[in-house]
Write a protein that binds this ligand. Structure first.
Ligand SMILES: Nc1nc2c(ncn2[C@@H]2O[C@H](COP(=O)(O)OP(=O)(O)OP(=O)(O)O)[C@@H](O)[C@H]2O)c(=O)[nH]1
Ligand SMILES: [Mg+2]
Length: 637
């Protein structure tokens, strides 16, 4: 028998850990709300049943406030799972039971998975499984997913719920139930056939004033419609009271050690001190560590490359094709990383000897930050400054994710409330936050002139990003963002999870990024080989040398930047540029367009029109900054 099961629940409760445990797959797990923003699917065989599991983005209620939450509701309504597993956090179960009731009322077989009982036990919180089962009328399973505890019981619970069929919906007071019945009856005809099964649930959403079903409210006869707000309030209050009642009876947290804020929490959420400490910390992480890792991650791989790899490959290729197109494409016409642009020399060096070792370490560090619970605390202290640019502290997580790769970062903006905040957060990261691979290159190319230039570049990019944020915040209609971030508990990062996550991220770079690196290098190489570069350079010369004060030929970096910005920065290594020119070129490359990967994701998330606006703004920013730096070059010279 095939059983389709959806894992649903608040963010950060452990849905993805359960999903991974059961399916053996690797959905990303992190200790902050909003890790999962897309639906993941997997399957498991259990006692003769083929269970198809769906991991969903965390949602606080069945009335979505964010894109990510919308994904979950859509899944429930449109895919109609056979069983819903509601995963809750045992240490804060009171806050979750409202959603349990909502899910019960959806009329889909339900299992309650009370997860993280290891923490609840440590805190002295006692939860009666039997009492919860009795009060809710659905199977209840206690688990500690990180320890693999309760997974078999969960599978049994799923099968049992499936066999039992839809649970009884909780009954509210008589007149409310009667009102709901009338509203349901008036809507039923107007519902598309596939939604009729959810007519009671949808009636409740109409009563609650859910915008998504606003059109349906018009089907309600005027006499009833006038009472919608009154009964909406009643429904919410009665549901909350019911949830509280269940909690009081099933949970004993009387002698629990309170989940107190630790000292560091006070520091990190303090508006003045917090920002200062956290800003320093953030800068230290991005700047200091990158510099340090550059040293360590660079020396050994470089030695290996120059002493063993390069001579070997070059002699091999020269034995087969001593010169000509094939020779130049594979190992470049000249020796040296930046002179050659060969696929087997420059390409392999960039990907395997330079970017790979560094991002490996950086992703490990990012993983520790994510899993410890530190990052969301940083996010909170950034709430006030971020408000100035139309964002909230919630946007800090997608922005941090964007320092890895903005493809992932833009997707993460789905956890934000409101379109305005989503667009600004996406735009700012494709504009001013270089991806990890590009940062590695920046250290190589600009770092040659000294770390101060790298710092200057970061400050410049930050200023442009902030300025753009100010402008967008003023120019775009929409309310200012509110902070609703939930602080996750402090946790000791688990090595296994760190390694898995890092592996997945690095593998994703190798799968989707690396081929583009090679393509970019090939493109640049052919541009030189065929002489096309001279023609393009002449065409672009008024901008390149006139405005930006760069050798016209560096336009190849701009062209390649459409594919990969790390390669674009790398190509600059070929030229004899002054430090200021290098800085100018990198700033222009960074600011000018999104790379092809980010472009595609912007298109799919925001559509053609808004994406083109983003590109136009980026070009404008890049030309402005480039010309100012060009002017500075002239003044200095
Ligand atoms: N102590 C403990 N930690 C757990 C348990 N289950 C999950 N965690 C931790 O809780 C955090 C969140 O886990 P995820 O699986 O990413 O949570 P999620 O529900 O998928 O969260 P979103 O994707 O944001 O909706 C991670 O740091 C996990 O290691 C558990 O049973 N015990
Ligand atoms: Mg998840």
């Amino acid at each position: 028998m095939k059983v389709k099961v959806a894992l649903v629940g608040h963010p950060n409760v452990g849905k993805s850990v359960i999903f991974n445990n059961l399916t053996g797959l690797n959905a990303v797990v992190s200790n902050y709300p909003g890790t999962t923003v897309e639906v993941y699917r997997g399957s498991v065989k259990w006692k003769g049943h083929a269970i198809e599991l769906v991991d969903t983005p965390g949602t606080y209620s069945m009335t979505p406030a964010t894109q990510a939450e919308g994904v979950t509701r859509k899944l429930i309504l449109e895919e109609r799972p056979d069983v819903i597993v509601h995963v809750v956090d045992a240490t804060s179960i009171r806050r979750h039971l409202y959603l349990t009731l909502e899910l019960l009322e959806a009329g889909v077989p339900l299992v309650l998975a009370v997860n993280q009982i290891d923490r609840a036990e440590a805190l002295g919180i006692n939860i009666s499984r039997e009492e919860l089962e009795r009060l809710l009328g659905v199977p209840v399973v206690m688990c500690a997913a990180v320890e693999g505890r309760g997974m078999e019981a969960l599978l049994d619970g799923i099968i049992e719920a499936y066999k039992r069929g839809p649970p009884a919906s909780p009954k509210y007071s008589r007149d409310l139930e009667e009102y709901l019945r009338l509203v349901e009856a008036s809507l039923k005809e107007g519902l598309p056939p596939e939604l009729r099964r959810f007519s009671r649930l949808i009636a409740k959403h109409v009563v609650l004033g859910d915008e998504e079903f606003g059109d349906l409210a018009r089907l309600v006869p005027p006499r009833l419609r006038a009472e919608l707000p009154k009964y909406g309030k009643r429904l919410a209050l009665e549901r909350a009271a019911r949830a509280d009642g269940i909690y009081e009876r099933a949970v004993d947290a009387g002698r629990a050690k309170h989940l107190r804020l630790s000292k560091i929490d006070y520091v990190s959420v303090n508006p003045v001190f917090g920002v200062a400490v956290m800003a320093a910390l953030t800068l230290a992480i991005t700047y200091g560590l990158l510099g340090l890792i550059h040293e360590i991650g660079h020396r050994i791989p470089s030695a290996l490359y120059y002493n063993f790899y390069e001579p070997f490959v070059r002699s091999l290729v020269e034995g087969v094709a001593p010169r000509g197109l094939i020779h130049d494409v594979l190992v470049g016409e000249r020796a040296g990383i930046y002179g050659s642009l060969g696929l087997l020399t420059t390409g392999v060096f960039f990907v395997f000897f330079m970017i790979l070792p560094t991002i490996l370490v950086l992703y490990l560090i990012l993983g520790v930050l994510e899993d410890s619970g530190l990052l969301p605390r940083i996010a909170i202290s950034f709430h006030r400054p971020l408000r100035r640019v139309g964002l909230s502290g919630d946007a800090a997580m997608p922005l941090v994710t964007g320092t890895g790769c903005s493809i992932v970062g833009v997707l993460s903006t789905r956890i934000l409330r409101g379109d305005k905040e989503r667009i600004i957060a996406s735009f700012l990261q494709v504009l001013g936050i270089p991806c990890m691979a590009q940062q590695v290159m920046i250290w190589h190319i600009l770092g040659r002139h000294g770390p101060l230039y790298v710092l200057a570049l970061y400050i410049l990019l930050l200023s442009v990003t902030v300025a753009m944020g100010f402008i967008l915040n003023r120019a775009m209609p929409g309310e200012s963002a509110v902070l609703l971030l939930e602080l996750p508990p402090w946790r000791r990062p688990q090595l296994r999870n760190l390694l898995k996550k890092t592996y997945a991220r690095v593998a994703s770079f190798l799968r989707t990024g690396a081929p583009l690196v090679f393509l970019g290098i090939l493109l640049a190489n052919l541009a030189y080989y065929t002489g096309a570069i001279a023609a393009i350079a002449e065409l672009l010369s008024p901008v390149m040398s006139g405005l930006l004060r760069l050798p016209s030929e560096t336009c190849v970096a701009l062209i390649v930047s459409v594919l990969r910005k790390d390669v674009a920065v790398g190509v600059l290594g070929r030229y004899e540029l002054t430090p200021l020119q290098t800085l100018t070129a990198i700033a222009v490359v960074t600011l000018s367009f999104p790379c092809v990967g980010s472009f595609v994701i912007l298109l799919s998330e925001f559509g053609v029109k808004r994406t083109l606006k983003v590109v136009a703004l980026m070009l404008a920013a890049s030309l402005t900054v480039g010309s100012l730096l060009g002017l500075l070059s002239t003044l200095i010279a």
